[in-house]
Ligand binder design. Structure first.
Ligand code: NG1
Ligand code: MG
Length: 521
């Protein structure tokens, strides 16, 4: 389901019905602020949403499939363009935010031939625009070569995805920026797959070695559907309708107001996990595949992945034990990988660099150069067993969840609660795995999940990178108020929240559409 980013005829192509009034006012304000600031009208608006991940946590960078959905909250950018003079070597970008002065306006010149400079050590809001700009310029250069003569751009931004809240404001801004730059330079049919791939690479340039879930969800989502995203053998996204249940099932998203800052804690949290799963892939390959087997270079942040090991183990390594495995289903393969991981990675305390290097038959220095220079991390021991077990079991849960969604319900069944419970229990297992094996939860989110479950949620789990941020709860529509009330009573009331935070604390998210363009008439 690739193809070009759609051009919306009206806001109802983008947002669910209940959001139209508020969004209409917001878009009008964006356009009038644009006109007041720059003295002329915008030509078009680019838009990409945030996302909530339903299931498949911390496995996208191991190249396993995930199941997120786009939300209504998004980044929108109104843009006007003007051609540069003949012979000019730079073009100008003026960018401002509706929420000025919280996000201060900026202006910069971009060299047509050189690189866009981004100082990833400074937390400038415009860095996310610049990273999308950089990616888009690279793609434009590939397409147009010497012919490329980028336009100068005036831009007004508005974002409603809370920053640092686990709903992927970054992917929303990067995807919107890249889309805006492509459109500004005459690309009226921006390919969704190209846009996603460039947003993934661009976002890595601002310092996080993420997988591609957020960008895929932001670009590809379709209103009313979740999205099944696969990364191997190539990026593919397929909308998945949530089956009609009675009562209707909702996804309630709750903030913990514990802010995880990946840029600061990366070396001991997110980035460390990326290194640990890459170590695990190399270690399992060294022990379980025939001597000399190399893992294929792939789209994982360090160029190898557990998915790469998975494929090598079952399909490419010529060990007699594995040839029989070719008839296994994907689910059976994952179960087998869980078993062999338990037998192979027996050390529960974590492995030292020396231990890993020895198994890979390289020196510690070579190990550090290969795995820890591009992504600096701080750790003495690496919990390969726990991390690999999380990834394989989580990949299995995604397939089980997806299979359930695709299986037709008995039409006319008046009570779908066994089905709801099955879905919910898979989500609960994910939470447990994140808490115990991947250690990316936090006590606050564990509490929130416990409270929600006791108040009637079918399944509750932290969503996104973790160590704070949001949780997602599968709740029947007629129980949403009970769950909200319990969370207010037992969690939010105990925290010192501003009025704005109280308003943002919980929201029922319906699947929204992905990236879109809107031409201002
Ligand atoms: P958040 O932090 O929720 O945007 C991050 C990664 C995803 C994925 C999840 C965990 C970034 C930009 N995104 O999401 O790719 O790995 O964590 O499932 O870091
Ligand atoms: Mg993010």
């Amino acid at each position: 389901m690739s193809g070009p980013v759609p051009v919306a005829a009206s806001l109802s192509d983008i947002y669910p019905k209940e959001a139209l009034v508020i969004q209409g006012a917001r878009w009008n304000k964006l356009l009038s602020t644009f006109q007041n600031t720059y003295g002329h009208k915008a030509n078009f608006i680019a838009r990409s949403p945030g996302r909530v991940n339903i299931i498949g946590e911390h496995i996208d960078y191991s190249l396993y499939s995930v199941l997120p959905m786009a939300i209504t909250a998004d980044a929108i950018m109104a843009v006007s363009t003007s051609p540069i003079a003949d012979g000019a070597t730079t073009f100008k970008v003026k960018i401002a935010n509706v929420e000025n002065p919280k996000f201060a306006a900026a202006e910069f010149d971009v060299p047509i031939e050189g690189d866009v400079e981004i100082d990833a050590t400074q937390f400038e809001w415009t860095n996310y625009f610049k990273s999308g700009l950089r990616g888009a310029l690279q793609l434009l250069r590939q397409k147009k070569g010497k012919e490329l003569k980028p336009c100068s751009m005036n831009i007004m931004v508005d974002g409603t995805v809370p920053v640092g809240g686990g709903l992927s404001s970054s992917a929303a801004v990067v995807s919107t920026s890249a889309l805006a730059v492509m459109k500004a330079n005459g690309e009226h049919a921006v390919d969704k797959k190209q846009l996603t791939e460039l947003a993934i690479v661009s976002e890595r340039a601002v310092g996080v070695n993420s997988g591609g879930m957020d960008q895929a969800a932001s670009v590809f989502s379709e209103q009313g559907s979740a999205l099944f995203v696969s990364f191997s053998p190539q990026l593919e996204a397929r909308p998945v309708k949530l089956p009609p249940t009675s009562p209707e099932l909702c996804f309630l998203v709750a903030q913990s107001f514990v802010t995880a800052n990946k840029h600061v804690t990366g070396p001991i949290h997110y980035n460390l996990r990326v290194v640990e799963v890459s170590f695990a892939a190399a270690y399992l390959n060294a022990v379980l595949n025939p001597p000399g087997t190399q893992l294929p270079e792939d789209a994982g942040p360090l160029g190898i992945s557990l998915q790469g090991f998975h494929d090598t183990y079952f399909y490419h390594a010529s060990s007699s034990d594995n040839s029989a495995a070719k008839s296994l289903t994907k689910e059976e393969e994952l179960k087998k990988l869980v078993d062999v991981t338990k037998e192979t990675l027996t050390n529960e305390e974590g492995y030292t660099r020396e231990e890993i290097a020895k198994v890979l038959q390289i020196s510690v220095k070579e190990l550090e150069d290969r795995f820890m220079t591009k992504i600096p991390v701080r750790a003495e021991r690496f919990k390969l067993r726990q991390r690999a077990l999380h990834v394989f079991t989580e990949a299995l849960r995604v397939l089980q969840f997806y299979t359930l969604l695709e299986r037709p319900l008995h039409t006319g069944a008046s009570d779908t609660s066994p089905f709801n419970q099955e879905l919910g229990s898979i989500m609960n297992d994910t939470q447990e795995s994140c808490r115990v094996l991947y250690e990316n939860s936090c006590p606050e989110n564990d509490d929130i999940c416990r409270i929600a479950l006791a108040a009637g949620s079918y399944g509750s789990r932290q969503t996104g990178a973790g160590w704070g941020g949001c949780s997602v709860h599968l709740v029947a529509a007629n129980r949403v108020e009970d769950v909200k009330a319990a969370l207010v009573r037992e969690y939010f009331a105990k925290r010192n929240l501003t009025e704005e935070q109280k308003e943002q604390a919980m929201v029922v998210s319906r699947p929204a559409g992905g990236s879109a363009l809107y031409v201002v008439g």
